[in-house]
Design a protein around this ligand. Sequence first.
Ligand SMILES: NC(=O)C1=CN([C@@H]2O[C@H](COP(=O)(O)OP(=O)(O)OC[C@H]3O[C@@H](n4cnc5c(N)ncnc54)[C@H](OP(=O)(O)O)[C@@H]3O)[C@@H](O)[C@H]2O)C=CC1
Ligand SMILES: CC(C)=CCC[C@@H](C)[C@H]1CC[C@H]2C3=C(CC[C@]12C)[C@@]1(C)CCC(=O)C[C@@H]1CC3
Length: 402
Amino acid sequence: MRKVVLVTGANSGVGHALCQRLLQEDDGLHLCLACRNPDRAEAARAALLASCPSAQITAVQVDVSDPRSVLRAAGELRRRFRRLDCVYLNAGIMPQPQLDVGALLSGLFSRRVVHMLCTAEGLLIQHDRVTADGLQEVFATNVFGHFLLVRELEPLLCDGDSPARLIWTSSRSAQKAKFSLQDFQHRSGQEPYSSSKYAMDLLSVALNRKLNQRGLYSSVACPGTMLTSMTYGILPAFVWTLLMPIIWLLRFLVNGFTLTPHNGAEVLPAEDARGAGQPAVRCPCWGHRLTEEENASRLLLISPQCVRQTGGSAKGQSLGVAHCTSTMQSTEPGGQVWLFRQRPESLDPLSKYLSTATGFGSTYVTAQKMDLDEDTAERFYHSLLELDTHVRATLQGTGAQS
Ligand SMILES: NC(=O)C1=CN([C@@H]2O[C@H](COP(=O)(O)OP(=O)(O)OC[C@H]3O[C@@H](n4cnc5c(N)ncnc54)[C@H](OP(=O)(O)O)[C@@H]3O)[C@@H](O)[C@H]2O)C=CC1
Ligand SMILES: CC(C)=CCC[C@@H](C)[C@H]1CC[C@H]2C3=C(CC[C@]12C)[C@@]1(C)CCC(=O)C[C@@H]1CC3
């Protein structure tokens, strides 16, 4: 039977690049594009079919910021499919971003330059709005709509013969300091994007705790900074073009500039449907392929440059280990070999997986422990359940639930 993969926000950016890469890997997939705009969905479907005519590609209309639309789309998916193998929770927004140029310029000459350029910490604010349902739009789109979708699709995802997967497109911008359990929609702050991506990380952890025993596994992926309509909302295209020589140089310092959606999607594709073997492991800094013994002993992965990049904290410790030991890269020319080809059970539910670029622009995948605790994840999950109940009750009251 064909594997069925659903991708939200599949019509552009990294969602669309992901679809292309998935079909290059396995044209036997049934790909379902979950998009809010039917015309854009059809254009994306046509483009994907043009490069892979044998593929089976369908679309479902969903506006993830609107609970009614999510419930209706989930109903349609339950009627169409008996099982979903993988759902990419990718659609996302960063409305009206405003770049603090002063902070950027001073940050460029400070010791936190690398961290700043990887995470945009202290550089961006956004102007959120309230939806017709009284939800903060960034939270509703990036987190809550996807939470509802997962709950509605549970019957298609859980209790099958083989494990099913959820893969969240999070971000290096996810920031604990911007998230508060008391204000998880981020009504009072100016960084709803960072808050929503942190909320996503928490949710993935909580879902693993709830649903692993029913065969559903959730992972968090960070594609790195790419030029998509989201980043063109921060700076216009011509400014990005002017900045490109600087960014190419900065890439030797900052590993988060993946730049193209194709590169950003490096981390996203799930297990290889053809069941290929494990990817080879490379040193993230020098790119040398590791021997089996090196791979087995892992400590050898910590090269001097890794120690520098991890602030000297390497040698078997936290970030050093995460940065160095979890790096996977394709060794087949043109072949896409993925960290996510590993069985989902073998992935660390408390780590996020990052598409990462070398100075010369090749991409590989690293893992990083998430800055969170499971108790907060659990409490956040319960807050979402309460909100879910409240929203459904309101929809029922207005006769809108399907
Ligand atoms: N660009 C970057 O540097 C980074 C992006 N990301 C994340 O990647 C994901 C994709 O963004 P990216 O590809 O960059 O940007 P794009 O703007 O190109 O893609 C966003 C996608 O989400 C869809 N979308 C937005 N709102 C809704 C909604 N309410 N309902 C359904 N679909 C919706 C968009 O549809 P439509 O075309 O109709 O607007 C579009 O398909 C996001 O989650 C983003 O946070 C993470 C790290 C870095
Ligand atoms: C000189 C130079 C490199 C200028 C670019 C400055 C900024 C526009 C970028 C620096 C860090 C970038 C960044 C993002 C957008 C563009 C920057 C702010 C993201 C917020 C894009 C969306 C994400 O999910 C995370 C990215 C973090 C880094």
